[in-house]
Write a protein that binds this ligand. Structure first.
Ligand code: PGA
Length: 252
């Protein structure tokens, strides 16, 4: 277990879901947790970052983006920069999600550059790693995660802000989750790898588990070694579902 306790974070990733009418779910969530005992984050699609930040202003629910470009500005049609997310009211940004790695060819190197950009803009990067089913079945999981962590994170990180999410690709949106022993094995190894590289301060980095987290399985996942919260996709879209996960984290 960590010497220094990491803060707890329940993070929702809305992916490519949500229109203005969906902001009612975000405000409902904020009303359910006026004084939360854990940090709460919602990452809507880019079109909703500014309106969600406005709707949640003064609440205890933070807003984040789902990606940012590595450059601050320039000729990059369709992209948005970390500075733009800050300007829109975001505090966090998800980086290197497996869907971005698969759909947009994001490499570890690109994720590291984006992590630098996010850190320089003052955003808290939520850097995602995770093995495929093929890699797990070949017994390569720890090696894959160590390599992704090593190459997706720059040497200069803000240890106060950095968040890591372990999301096995085969567990995302599938209803399948690893055994609690498998989650603990990866999270303990990630903690040791991060402390080895960044020193004792890395004990404070929140390590989130992601992949088919639901209100029904959240408590046992949060009781697992070195799990400090969750990155939640499908079950973050409705306040009724996500609130069950936030409560489970408050009680963990
Ligand atoms: P899921 O997605 O909770 O829908 O499995 C998690 C994620 O991809 O962040």
């Amino acid at each position: 277990m960590s010497a220094q306790k990491a803060r707890k974070l329940a993070a929702g990733n809305w992916k490519m879901n949500g229109i203005k009418a969906s902001l009612a779910e975000a405000t409902a969530l904020a009303e359910m947790f006026p004084e939360p005992k854990v940090d709460i984050l919602l990452c809507p699609p880019a079109t909703l970052v500014a309106p969600m930040a406005a709707a949640l202003f003064g609440s205890k629910v933070d807003v984040g983006g789902q990606d940012c470009h590595m450059k601050a500005s320039g000729a990059h049609t369709g992209d948005i920069s970390a500075e733009m997310l800050v300007d829109a009211g975001a505090d966090y940004v998800i980086l290197g999600h497996s869907e971005r790695r698969a759909d947009h060819g994001e490499t570890d190197h690109i994720v590291a550059e984006k992590t630098i950009a996010a850190t320089m803009a003052g955003l808290a990067p939520v850097v995602c790693v995770g093995e495929t089913l093929e890699q797990r079945e070949a017994g390569e999981t720890l090696g894959v995660i160590r390599k992704q962590l090593s190459a997706s994170l720059p040497d200069a990180v803000d240890l106060e802000k950095l968040v890591i999410a372990y999301e096995p690709v085969w567990a995302i949106g599938t209803g399948k989750i690893p055994t609690l022993e498998q989650i603990a094995e990866v999270h303990d190894d990630m903690r040791a790898t991060l402390v080895d590289r960044y020193g004792d301060g890395a004990n404070g980095i929140p390590l989130l588990y992601g992949g088919s987290v639901k209100p029904g399985n959240a408590a046992e996942i949060f009781a697992t070694s070195n799990v400090d919260g969750a990155l939640v996709g499908g079950a973050s879209l409705k306040a009724a579902d996500f609130s069950g996960i936030v409560k489970a984290l408050e009680e963990a």
